[in-house]
Design a protein around this ligand. Sequence first.
Ligand SMILES: C[S@@+](CC[C@H](N)C(=O)[O-])C[C@H]1O[C@@H](n2cnc3c(N)ncnc32)[C@H](O)[C@@H]1O
Length: 249
Amino acid sequence: MDDAQTVEDQKLYYRERTPEYDSWWHREGRYDKGPEFGSAWRREADLVSSALADFGPTGRVLELAGGTGNWTRELAGRADTLTVIDQSEESLELNRRKIEAAGLAQNITYLPTDVFGYEPSAQFDVVFFSFWQSHVPDSRFEQFWAMVKRALAPGGRVFLLDNAHPTLGENIHRAPIDVHTRADATEQGDQIDLLDGTARRTLADGREFRIVKRYWRPEDYVARMADLGWQAEAHETEHFFFWATLQPV
Ligand SMILES: C[S@@+](CC[C@H](N)C(=O)[O-])C[C@H]1O[C@@H](n2cnc3c(N)ncnc32)[C@H](O)[C@@H]1O
């Protein structure tokens, strides 16, 4: 994989995808896979949301790659201060409008910034990110987590969630996944390459982009993070979601 090019392409992809992004989260339009799929998706999302509530994203919270704000909303009502970073000004603008409409905009700072160039100028009690870990290529993994460690105040914690490995959801995706070769059909209906950790995504108008998509299983993730000096607990819901909590050792 041409890592630098793919990282740039995924930035452009998400900027261009802003107006259609939420239809994926709400399983509408081309992301509507029927009532069974939709109710399982919402049920499992609620489980992860409850896990986040139990974790308690309080104090000074940093959200990386906050996008259009579907999880910013969950943080905004609980954090004392919330800093939201994303490279997409378009997504942050949508995020801001949603949070204002929900009456939760107090103490939020939006920073249009590239995560890979971000150097924290303050320390945080919690770092949170959703559907971002899988977009970090292996070649930048250590650099990324070193930055997260610098962002945390003593005693600080991390909560993340992401798409589960697609083999987990095979039954509900109703598509065979071959983990050793190119594999078709994720819940987004696009082509993924589990070997090199990329995916080909299309926008509604047919434009194609190649992005990073590196899925994790809990046991592999916990071991990888232990190598980097983190104590992690990682979990999966039945089909769709991966989530983890971490603290530096
Ligand atoms: C899958 S979306 C997740 C958005 C949001 N966290 C959510 O749960 O809906 C990925 C986000 O990463 C952002 N992103 C991609 N590359 C980035 C980079 N290099 N720096 C900062 N944000 C980036 C995109 O703009 C997009 O908003």
